[in-house]
Design a protein around this ligand. Structure first.
Ligand code: FES
Ligand code: FES
Length: 210
């Protein structure tokens, strides 16, 4: 019987060759899986922005704020904290104010969204915009679009009888008082400190529309 030939390969070489072969086959798969996991998932969303129907195809992680600013170029709505803490991104959705940085755009299929551009324009200001100008309700203006959208919705909330944290009687119609307005506007931060003028502006509009 002929002698059995021992292959001239060491254990170390064998392990190395095995690892290389595994890498050659497994790596492309792993890389593909990783890149698939990272690939954005796109979805279509159709909504009405400032009275105009719009359809966008978006990464499902896109916030309403980024959809407005980056995809529709409606840069009136501002990004302050991007964390729901400053109110600069406030817009009105189906009549209610929301922080657009905290809401995914694809959640708003069919919704009516109003931004500062939809409230008025320089040649036809919304009464709230005109009151902010009249009462110097801003300095740098960065928080102002959010303040104005919030203020418009606040007056609607009061009109609808929705109580706030400082409403003494939850069953009575809330009043447009300085205390009520300060509480209801407390989610809109103004780094320039234009708060007292903002309250004056809202009070004036409430008087006009009450
Ligand atoms: S940017 Fe949305 S709350 Fe600050
Ligand atoms: S006007 Fe400057 S942050 Fe409010």
């Amino acid at each position: 019987m002929p002698p059995i030939e021992t292959p001239s390969i060491s254990r170390r070489c064998l392990v190395a060759a095995g690892a290389a072969s595994a890498a050659a086959t497994a790596s492309p798969l792993a890389a593909t899986a990783a890149s698939n996991a990272d690939a954005p998932v796109l979805a279509k969303v159709s909504f009405e922005i400032n009275g105009k129907p719009q359809t966008l195809e978006l990464d499902t992680r896109t916030t309403l704020l980024d959809a407005l600013r980056e995809h529709l170029k409606l840069t009136g709505t501002k990004k302050g904290c991007d964390h729901g803490q400053c109110g600069a991104c406030t817009v009105i959705v189906e009549g209610r104010r929301i922080n657009s940085c905290l809401s995914l755009a694809v959640m708003h299929e069919g919704d009516r969204v109003t931004t500062i551009e939809g409230l008025g324009a320089p040649d036809r200001l919304h009464p709230m915009q005109a009151a902010f100008v009249k009462h110097d309700g801003y300095q740098c203006g960065y928080c102002t679009p959010g303040q104005i959208c919030s203020a418009v919705a606040v007056l609607d909330e009061i009109k609808a009888g929705i109580p706030s944290h400082v409403s003494a009687d939850l069953t009575a119609s809330p009043e447009v008082s300085g205390e009520e307005l300060r509480e209801r506007m407390s989610g809109n931060i103004c780094r320039c400190g234009a708060y007292s003028n903002i309250v004056e502006a809202i009070t004036e509009v409430a008087g006009r529309t009450a």
